[in-house]
Each structure stands twice: as C-alpha cells, then as structure tokens.
Write a protein that binds this ligand. Sequence first.
Ligand SMILES: [Zn+2]
Length: 200
Amino acid sequence: MKNLVRTIVIVVNLVVMMTVTAFAANVTQLIASGHDVYDQQPESYKIAVNTYFERVPNSVIVLFMQRGGTIHYTDTVLVGQQDVNGIYTFDSKQITLKATSNNNSWDEVQKAPVHELGHFIYHTTQPMFTDQMKADIRKLYNERKSYDNRCYNEDETFAALYSDYIKFNYRGGAHAMPSPEYRVFMQAEDLCQQMLSYSI
Ligand SMILES: [Zn+2]
C-alpha cells in the first residue's frame, strides 16, 4: 500500500512537472482578447513585460489558468482614468491591460501584468494566510501607506510589492529582500502550488 501511494505521488509529481513545464508563461499565451493591441506595442514593451512575467512561478500561472484566468488587452481608457494600466476582476479572473499610459511611469506599465497577477494571488490565497502572513502584509501596508501611493490598502500593497518582488527577482536571490516581511510573497506562491488540482 505504501509503495502504491509512493507510486501515485511520483506519477502526480511527474504530471504536474509536465503540465507546469508546458506553460512556461509568456503574456501572449494567456491573452484571450486584444491580440492586435498587444501586437502593436513596441518590442521594448513586449520584452519588458515578458521578462518580468516569466519570473512568476509556473504553479501560479497554471493555477490562474485552472481557475479560468485570462488576459485582455485594450487601448481604451480604463475606469475613466488615464493613469490606470490594469484591472483585475475577481469574479471572472480577468486581467485587463492597457499597454500605454499618459500619466503613469513606464516602470509601472511594464510591471502591470505581474501587478494584476498579484491581485489574483492575494484574492486566491488570502483565506489560507497564516497569522504570520497576515501580520507581514499588514506591516508592509502600515509602513508604506504614508509615502507610497500605490499602497492604499492591503490588497493594493500586496499587488504593488509583488510586482517589485518579481522585478527585483528577490526570490531568485538577485537582490536581498528589503525586509523579512517580503517572505509573504514567496509563501503565497507556495499556497498557489498547494491549490493546484491534479488530474491523473
Ligand atoms: Zn492594483
């Protein structure tokens, strides 16, 4: 019985590895509408967004796809505000992106797909946060709310700092994490891994 269980575990792991490898994610693989808008963007945009996007663990991308998540590009103004680069719609798991922005920084435009994915991670894993994870995100929000206008609630703080976490490749060790609380992002990614459903 034990051997059988072990065999099943190995098979499941192999299936997951194969599934995960198949979706080494590029933004284009998740676009459900607005391909033309994406295609019109300069190469510098495509390289920049995909450089960041490809650093997101595949388990997060696969979970996003399993939950029906999709990316939609548009060239219209979002929620009536010129400086909004992206929206995440919780119910439909839709990420809507605008690749050009009149008022916002190029840096934020490049990070927008990962920022919106950060909202997916937060909304999906937050009910399973440990007390330490809850305390970490609360502390990051409280520290930044007075000077970082991206951080106006815990949800936005998570998404904004997740995009920084990916940009600076803290998990990959390219830079040291600015504070221990950044562990919450790695732990939330781990929760995504645990939430994957396996079919064998
Ligand atoms: Zn946001």
